[in-house]
Design a protein around this ligand. Structure first.
Ligand SMILES: Cc1ncc(COP(=O)(O)O)c(C=O)c1O
Length: 372
């Protein structure tokens, strides 16, 4: 059994993917061009954003978005400590300061009350909080409507780290379309995964989009004219062509992910010691991961792994306790909910092609471990 079964997916789309890849190889147009532009148009329309800018990874999507809004030395950015390291890493790469706020225990996403507390404290300390990065963790949109309102009222930028949440939504608004910009990752294991690295930025701000397009090619605004500081962060053309194939199948895969997630909930609901990530009303998770909270997490993982069921722990250590962020001066106990989740979460195999039989086996194995 695979945790994310890319082999099954590849077998189904093999012919289309190989034709698209061959078409690019034979064209010898390998940098940007029609496939990148077409994917940008198709995804902008899918997400409901005015602009989409293809970049080299989710990390660079975050970096380029923040840079386009001029985040840099002297600024501070609030984000969650319960996320993949890239979210906070990019803030530092820009020379800005990372300020963490705790998450909501049920949704596992940033808690607005905690954000407000941290924001008020930071202002008293003289920090110039300029932006919030809200992560839509495991495919569940963060509290984006409330955060958007808070940011508008307080003249803050809202950037959504939608690296795990393409296809998710709140009501009819898709993840990626909230705030000033949304950053998506096409890492192969993501809901829409490339055959390598890739990412996309979404924004409704036309001027910011222009800056993002320039920043991804060394700040270039005309041939060999560099108005901004930039980097090489282009989306690879071969990946764009492959992603266009996968995007055609993506709406169906999103439905299949819903089915798989619902089956997990049905199969595991009688096990009262398991807690699911809470999906608030009107929220639609794309279930990048199916993550539950359990007692004896590490023992359960060993038990499942010994039966051939792969599992993962996202994330075993919250970022405020990572050595790379030690200089920020945080200590154990500073973000108790993020710390608790880090001890309790486990992600089960999750992909659109998981069968009912496989899920029954996983559920029985979990029940077997807890002897119910
Ligand atoms: C929440 C989050 N942010 C950022 C990233 C970075 O994306 P990438 O690996 O494409 O650089 C990822 C994925 O790995 C992620 O899960």
């Amino acid at each position: 059994m695979r945790f994310i079964d890319l082999e099954r997916q590849y077998a189904i789309y093999k012919q289309e993917i190989e034709e698209a890849a061959l078409r690019v190889l034979r064209s010898t147009r390998y940098i940007l061009g029609e496939d990148v532009e077409a994917l940008e148009r198709e995804l902008a329309s899918f997400v409901g954003a005015k602009e989409a800018i293809g970049v080299s990874s989710g990390t660079d999507a975050l970096y380029v978005a923040l840079k386009a809004f001029d985040i840099g030395p002297g600024d501070a950015v609030i984000t969650t400590p319960f996320t993949f390291v890239a979210t906070a890493e990019v803030i530092r790469r820009l020379g800005a300061r990372v300020v963490f706020a705790d998450v909501n225990e049920e949704t596992m996403n940033l808690d607005l009350d905690e954000v407000i507390k941290v924001w008020e404290r930071a202002r008293h300390q003289g920090l110039n909080i300029k932006a919030i990065i809200a992560v839509s963790l495991f495919g569940l949109p963060a509290d984006l409507e409330a955060l958007e309102e808070f940011c508008t009222q307080n003249d803050l930028l809202l950037i959504e780290d939608a690296c795990q949440s393409l296809g998710a939504a709140i009501g009819t608004r898709r993840s990626g379309s909230f705030g000033h910009a949304g950053a998506v990752s096409f890492f192969p294991a993501k809901p829409l995964g490339a055959c390598g690295d890739g990412g996309m930025i979404f924004t409704n701000d036309k001027e910011a989009a222009k800056r993002m397009r320039a920043i991804r090619v060394h700040g270039q605004t005309a041939p060999y004219r560099h108005e901004l500081e930039g980097l090489n962060a282009r989306l690879d053309t071969l990946q764009a062509a492959i992603l266009r194939v996968k995007l055609r199948h993506f709406p169906k895969e999103l439905e299949q992910r819903q089915t798989v997630a619902q089956r997990y909930r049905d199969l595991l609901q009688e096990l009262h010691l398991i807690r699911f990530q809470h999906i608030p009303p009107r929220y639609f998770s794309c279930y990048a991961q199916f993550t539950i909270r359990v007692p004896q997490r590490d023992e359960l993982a060993r038990h499942l792994n010994s039966l051939g069921i792969p599992t993962a722990v996202y994330y075993p250590c919250p970022l405020h306790l990572q050595p790379a962020f030690a200089d920020l001066g945080y200590s154990p106990g500073d973000f108790p909910r993020a710390e608790l989740l880090s001890r309790e979460v486990i992600s089960l195999p999750m992909h659109p092609f998981l069968t009912l039989e496989e899920q029954k086996f996983i559920a029985q194995s979990i029940k077997g471990f807890y002897e119910v």
